[in-house]
Design a protein around this ligand. Structure first.
Ligand code: DAH
Length: 344
């Protein structure tokens, strides 16, 4: 029995040496390692042998089996290698086959629209700056003509970080307007800047309300700036973002830090003004708050309102892709559902 196994081993090795293609190698595998091979048969018939012999033959057969398996693996690797290098040389490797695609990331829809907004204003000579998310009460409210018990504070439910004497408390900014003050404290006119950033509201969330969203603030201060400059700038901006065919409407509105204040609307993207569900049948969609910087605000940062004037504006960012792509729930933006995000 042992003799037979040894011969089998030698014969298998000799034959393997002559093999030079995968098809023959497979036949070899079936012959020497397959279920019906004499090696497997010998292992099966061990039970019939006397104990002493069984041990010896069993060990030997297993040893040969492992040796043949490992030399088979080595041979497979070698044949694969020679196959690849010869097909490379003979040009049968098709390099025009498409590669396997790698998964790639993409920019968030909010980032995409922020870049578009910034580009539109940069082309009009505005610089882009950012400010802190945690803000003093002074910048978020007081300096913007909203002292402690001003009713306009109620319109912006606030996340307080700490409480302190009026003006000294800290909060998560409820709008980007505080950056108007920080900008004017630091720089003298002429000023032309926009401020993109996150803002926070302590509100129950629903399809149109999130506790965190983005705004872009704008500020221009110089000698001789008038409401006509505000109108021209925002008119150009609206057409740049929403399309040349848009009508733009300016109406009076109230914000404590501007005088006069205006609300800017564009003709509805869905019905172009005839009235539909998207615009609540009015034909118009509000997208911006704006106005001429209040003289008291200028005076507070030591800019003489008798010499200088300016305009400011602020807009919600997510609303723009919502209108453009018909997204009906703002919460989708920050829910991290890739099925939503991958569409942009
Ligand atoms: N900060 C206002 C808000 O969050 C929007 C706004 C209105 C900004 C008028 C302005 C402005 O700069 O002039 O509701």
């Amino acid at each position: 029995m042992l003799e037979h196994l040894k011969d089998l081993h030698a014969q298998a090795l000799e034959e393997l040496n002559r093999i030079d293609n995968p098809r023959e190698l497979e036949l070899w595998r079936v012959q020497y390692l397959g279920k019906k091979s004499s090696l497997t048969q010998s292992l099966r018939s061990l039970a019939a042998l006397p104990l002493e012999e069984r041990r010896e033959v069993g060990a030997q057969a297993n040893e040969i089996k492992t040796a043949l398996e490992s030399i088979l693996a080595e041979k497979q690797r070698l044949l694969q290698e020679t196959f690849l290098s010869s097909s490379r040389e003979s040009g049968t490797l098709d390099v025009t086959l498409p590669g396997r695609p790698l998964p790639t990331g993409r920019t968030h829809p909010t980032t995409q629209i922020l870049e578009e907004i910034c580009d539109a204003f940069k082309s009009m000579g505005f610089q882009v700056i950012e400010g802190p998310d945690v803000e003093w009460d002074y910048y978020n409210f007081e300096a913007l003509n909203m002292p402690q018990h001003h009713p306009a504070r109620d319109m912006m439910a606030t996340f307080w970080v700490d409480t302190g004497v009026s003006g000294k408390a800290r909060l998560l900014r409820t709008h980007t307007s505080p950056m108007q003050i920080r900008l004017m404290e630091k720089e003298r006119p002429p000023i032309r800047a926009i401020v993109p950033g996150r803002v926070y509201r302590y509100e129950a969330t629903d399809a149109t309300h999130e506790s965190m969203f983005y705004q872009v603030e704008g500020l221009a201060v110089d000698k001789g700036i008038t409401l006509a400059d505000l109108k021209g700038t925002l008119f150009d901006f609206c057409r740049c973002i929403f399309g040349e065919e848009r009508k733009v409407r300016f109406r009076c509105d109230y914000f404590p830090f501007v005088e006069p204040g205006v609300e800017v609307a564009i003709s509805c993207l869905a019905c172009s003004g005839t009235g539909c569900r998207l615009c609540g049948n009015s034909g118009w969609i509000e997208i911006l708050g704006a106005g001429m910087v209040h003289p008291d605000v200028l005076a507070r940062v030591d800019i003489d309102p008798g010499i200088y004037s300016g305009f400011a504006f602020g807009m919600g960012v997510e609303r723009i892709p919502m209108l453009r792509y018909g997204i009906d729930d703002i919460r989708l933006f920050y829910g991290n559902d890739l099925r939503f995000l991958r569409q942009f």
